[in-house]
Ligand binder design. Sequence first.
Ligand SMILES: Cc1cc2nc3c(=O)[nH]c(=O)nc-3n(C[C@H](O)[C@H](O)[C@H](O)COP(=O)(O)OP(=O)(O)OC[C@H]3O[C@@H](n4cnc5c(N)ncnc54)[C@H](O)[C@@H]3O)c2cc1C
Length: 291
Amino acid sequence: MTRAMTLMNDQTPMTDAPAAKATPTLPDAQVVTAVKHYTDRLFSFRVTRPASLRFRSGEFVMIGLMGDPDPKTGKQRPLLRAYSIASPSWDEELEFYSIKVQDGPLTSKLQHVQVGDEIILRPKPVGTLVHDALLPGKRLWFFSTGTGFAPFASLLRDPETYELYDQVIVTHTCRDVAELTYGADLIESIKTDELLVELIGEENLAKLVYYPTTTREQSPKMGRITDLLKDGTVFKDLGIEDGLSAETDRAMVCGSMGLNVDIKEILESHGLEEGANSDPKHYVVEKAFVG
Ligand SMILES: Cc1cc2nc3c(=O)[nH]c(=O)nc-3n(C[C@H](O)[C@H](O)[C@H](O)COP(=O)(O)OP(=O)(O)OC[C@H]3O[C@@H](n4cnc5c(N)ncnc54)[C@H](O)[C@@H]3O)c2cc1C
């Protein structure tokens, strides 16, 4: 077992990888090396990484499975969906954090993948949740709901994130406490896993602030992040006296359409402007899903 694999098994004890890799038979096939289920709606899995795949932490790729045979022709076509790569760019495998939509064309099947199975992975990473799309700043905010945590799971394990900022604040809002587990485990691993601590640098760990909230089940911090920003609770809780400003704050947002729209409004009311790869500014946004 490699060091990177050992690391993942330590931080999120998934099903162990098989000793030998299956021979790829699908187009752009990668082999599943670990699977972990969190709730009846959430799971994560790891796959082999194509040797040629380079990506920037925070980007997404198209992944999937072969669809059902066409009733007329019997032909099967790949069924692909956008997925944030949840692992950092230095990791020798790729990790994904996924929803299970019971009648979803892809995830109704994908949720059953097991170690040794193959998935299709188109090796063309893209996305706006990357450091290149932001101007230099002092404080970086990651605002996420649900599986929108995935790109930040990548960026939070990338040492560059801490080199670029004095403080890195990650907010994650879900309905229930169990839905926070993947994120909570990841934060814990960053602070305790030997390899991650060494990579990120012990002195940088104090920069990381985790702010989980729930909207339905009782937890230490309840409420939508947008409401907690608007009424100043977040700033009070984190001891930030000056609020948000275009001078110091940078943000990446990944959630439902509703979250994205509402956070954009809040950020813009503080003078922050939306950036892009070709035009870096103060914040960037990506949908966690369409619908
Ligand atoms: C840029 C981008 C990145 C994405 N990254 C991820 C990711 O890292 N992990 C992930 O699980 N999904 C991600 N998605 C969503 C993903 O592409 C699929 O929609 C999802 O896997 C469900 O596929 P499906 O075929 O089963 O159902 P679909 O037909 O795609 O979706 C059915 C319905 O399920 C709901 N839904 C879909 N995805 C989600 C979700 N993630 N959370 C809550 N509700 C959802 C929506 O209401 C949608 O209309 C991303 C989407 C985009 C656009």
